[in-house]
Write a protein that binds this ligand. Structure first.
Ligand code: GLY
Length: 576
């Protein structure tokens, strides 16, 4: 009898395991129905732009990987399942806070090729040639993402199993990812550009329209991922993948060479840090403007009791917009790659400097951008992008923003290798005072120079509370609106007392000095707030689209985490 009971128990256990295996969705079967926006009371998890990429990161966390392991796996997965912005043909930034409180910032931003020069986008009259830095082969900087992931792996991986981190991306490229409705639409909308700018047919074009639910299969990309899995950096920056990139450049009139690829290095940098109302803000230094600008913005409003004004009240918006006007004026003049230009970092981060910039702030009236110029900080003494936020069960936090710049980057797919190249060269200032794609103007600090990294707005950030404990991991895509979206999300939590979900979903506004306009999302501000702000002198302009796609993780008082993925697209939060 005992034997029979044991047998029945064993059979029951086996069928439970088999059932569990069967019901666990394979990564390659994840689709739009798996999009979820909110996880509460988890011990670890992440939010990223795509449900399959989030699921890949989650599996790595569950397998005992740390937040950096999960970030690497998520980044490679996004390159497959989210081609509009996820990438191996672009670059980005990673901000890390380890459980022991130590911090790090990794710069894997693209770099101007060696034969780039400051006037490369100007015609013979010295005028900017429209879209030359945006579409096609000449728009690409030397990609940094693969080198960045490898540098992060070598320094911080817990799993120490590179192949395991990349295998899910190979599977997704080989077996295909199921398109969401938004992705099918994006691909259909971009098809003409794919035809116009490619020298070979790509996997992203097809007879008829893409439909939601269809699989996007990318065998060439699976082969590239396999090379990266087996050979690390050499699998991308040397060998047949590098040959394919250089051949693509020759066919399309681009300038990235074998030497550019081989010499690319990701750089470890000291994170930017500052204080806001007792909290410590950790973010990205140059070549991003994000960290400096974020801390300038927070410093600028610190003396005001904005929490009592009410979220989206005219008073709160006015204060934040006036801070933004001044900080973006500084950005246009003072920010660039600090390896090539002396950025006055300590001057810009000086609290009294930022408060002094607000001395002419009038609580009743808007100032004019034409009356606001960059300040003179003390000299140095000494829109498509994607973000993911991760916290592991050991208490490590990682905030990563990566980009190929605008949607599908330069639109150029490397022939035979199946991945998009960035159009990040447009983030340089092609000519002083001439706006780039995001309407941002720049100057000498951000002029084009061989080997220099173009200025970014990416702001992957981490907040530590006054108790010294991890409080928040946050970031977003959105070009020039990245800084102001992160700023608002932090203020939503720290001043308006919102949870991660509300802080992420609530609508957003943006000002960037030039043009002198306050942009706001559709249906964002009430008629009364709009008329009050207009009466104060603000030029209010409703955007046709949304602003930012924020991924926020908040640590609760009991140590559990709340994860929120932005409702503005297919972004997905998962945890356990
Ligand atoms: N490409 C957008 C940024 O880096 O700011």
């Amino acid at each position: 009898m005992q034997k029979v009971i044991k047998l029945i128990t064993a059979l029951a256990a086996i069928s439970i395991i088999l059932f569990a295996c069967k019901t666990q969705v394979s990564i390659t079967d994840i689709s739009e129905k798996d999009v979820q926006k909110h996880v509460t009371q988890a011990k670890a998890g992440l939010a990223s732009a795509h449900p399959a990429a989030t699921a890949v990161g989650l599996e790595i966390l569950k397998a005992g990987g740390n937040a950096v392991d999960a970030a690497i796996a998520t980044q490679f997965a996004l390159a497959v399942v989210y081609p509009v912005a996820g990438n191996i043909g672009g670059g980005g930034f990673m901000v890390i806070r380890n459980a022991d409180g130590s911090t790090a910032a990794l710069d894997f931003r693209e770099m101007a090729p060696a034969s780039a020069d400051r006037d490369m986008y100007l015609d013979k009259n010295g005028d900017v040639i429209p879209r030359l830095s945006i579409d096609g082969h000449l728009a690409s900087g030397v990609p940094g993402s693969v080198a960045g992931m490898r540098a992060a792996y070598e320094k911080y991986s817990k799993l120490k199993d590179w192949k395991k981190l990349i295998q899910p991306s190979i599977d997704l490229a080989r077996d295909g990812v199921i398109l969401t409705e938004r992705e099918a639409r994006n691909l259909n909308n971009a098809e003409e550009k794919f035809e116009q700018f490619n020298t070979r047919p790509t996997r992203f074009e097809k007879e008829g329209d893409w439909q939601a639910g269809e699989r996007l299969i990318q065998p060439e990309l699976a082969a590239v991922m396999t090379a990266i899995r087996d050979e690390g950096n050499a699998g991308f920056y040397e060998g047949w993948v590098a040959d394919s990139i250089v051949a693509e450049m020759h066919r399309g009139g681009g300038i990235i060479s074998h030497e550019d690829l081989k010499s690319y290095k990701a750089q470890w940098r000291t994170p930017i840090s500052g204080e806001y109302k007792g909290n410590k803000i950790i973010s990205m230094p140059p070549p991003s403007s994000g960290g400096i600008a974020l801390i300038q913005l927070l410093n600028s409003i610190e003396d005001y009791d904005i929490g009592s004004y009410g979220v989206h009240s005219p008073e709160a918006i006015h204060l934040m917009v006036e801070a933004e006007r001044r900080v973006y004026a500084d950005r246009a003049t003072h920010l660039g790659d600090s390896d090539y230009y002396e950025v006055p970092i300590s001057g810009l981060l000086d609290e009294s400097y930022n408060l002094s910039r607000m001395q002419n702030f009038d609580p009743e009236m808007a100032s004019k951008s034409s009356d606001i110029a960059a300040g003179t900080p003390m000299p140095k003494e000494s829109e498509q992008t994607t973000h993911f936020s991760i916290v592991d069960e050991y208490g490590n936090a990682v905030s990563v923003t990566t980009t190929i710049n605008t949607g599908y980057g330069s639109k150029v797919v490397v022939g035979g290798a199946g991945f998009f190249l960035n159009n990040e060269m447009d983030d340089f200032s092609a000519k002083p005072g001439v706006p780039n794609f995001f309407g941002l103007v720049g100057n000498e600090a951000n002029s084009i120079q061989a080997g220099k990294r173009m200025l970014s707005s990416m702001t992957p950030s981490i907040v530590v509370g006054s108790d010294g404990q991890l409080k928040m991991v946050v970031g977003t895509p959105g070009g020039s609106t990245i800084i102001t979206s992160v700023f608002q999300t932090i203020v939503n939590v720290l001043d308006f007392g919102m949870n991660a979900y509300d802080a992420t979903q609530t609508c957003r506004f943006h000002h960037q000095w030039l043009p002198d306009l306050v942009f706001y999302e559709p249906d964002c501000l009430g008629a009364e707030a709009l008329s009050t702000l207009s009466a104060m002198g603000h030029k209010m302009e409703q955007r046709s689209g949304t602003i930012g796609k924020v991924e926020t993780i908040l640590v609760n008082k009991d140590g559990s985490i709340e994860i929120a993925a932005d409702h503005r697209a297919d972004d997905t939060a998962m945890g356990y």
